[in-house]
Design a protein around this ligand. Structure first.
Ligand code: 5GP
Length: 205
């Protein structure tokens, strides 16, 4: 990993692409990398831990935090609010750690505007069918929520051009390897444009 000043690394992807697993692996393999724990008004899933996966808060507390400017960015995603805590990110950067933000594209755009030196990574699924399979396999969302997340995928995918590099998540191991290499040397962005475009077009049909 780079020895230069600590970075904010934004990772966005349509829901179900596998970004949480990828982020977990990236952190396990890179000791100077930490993930920011977001605040959300979403209900906790059975397999989630409050304070570890998210800080689960009421809409009232979230609104107060917005008013107090406690968030680096915040956005409404699937009818719930999500935000990145400013102080925690600053503290980690001050400790010399690179900080990963696993956030949606709306939040990513806010970070890009504020911190032009951040690294913006976008992950896409290998196909439409594989995304649906992964959303179902996760087993944590209702059929309605799965449909909502799948329908939103095209909207998310259309944002890929706003990112520094796009990774196709065929399997976690190679995606983690590719991302680690890119973080070490961002000048080596991959040129997957044709493949990426083919996948995105398949979501439009
Ligand atoms: P989920 O509810 O499935 O955990 O996440 C839904 C979406 O919200 C995902 O795209 C996730 O990356 C995004 N998200 C999670 N935390 C944040 C955050 O702090 N800010 C923003 N803008 N999006 C977030």
């Amino acid at each position: 990993m780079s020895t230069n000043s600590p970075l904010i690394i934004v990772i966005s992807a349509p829901s179900g692409t596998g970004k949480t697993t990828i982020v977990r692996e990236l952190i396990r393999k890179n000791e100077n990398l930490v993930a920011s724990v977001s605040y959300t008004t979403r209900k906790k899933r059975a397999n989630e831990i409050d304070g570890k996966d998210y800080n689960f808060v009421s809409s009232e507390l979230f609104s107060t935090m917005v008013e107090e400017k406690s968030f680096l960015e915040h956005a409404k995603v699937f009818d719930c609010f999500y935000g990145t805590p400013k102080q925690e990110v600053e503290d980690n950067l001050n400790k010399g750690l690179n900080v990963i933000l696993e956030i949606d594209w709306q939040g990513a755009m806010q970070i890009k505007k504020e911190r032009s030196d951040c690294l913006m990574l976008f992950i896409i699924p290998p196909s439409k069918e594989e995304l649906m399979l992964r959303l179902k396999k996760r087993g944590t969302d209702s059929n309605n929520e799965i449909r909502l997340r799948f329908d939103e995928a095209l909207n998310d995918l259309n944002q890929y051009q706003n990112f520094d590099n796009v990774f196709i998540n065929e399997d976690v191991r190679s995606t983690v390897q590719a991302i680690t290499a890119f973080i070490k040397d961002p000048s080596k962005a991959s040129s997957l444009n044709d493949e990426v475009m083919t996948i995105i077009r398949s979501f439009r049909s």
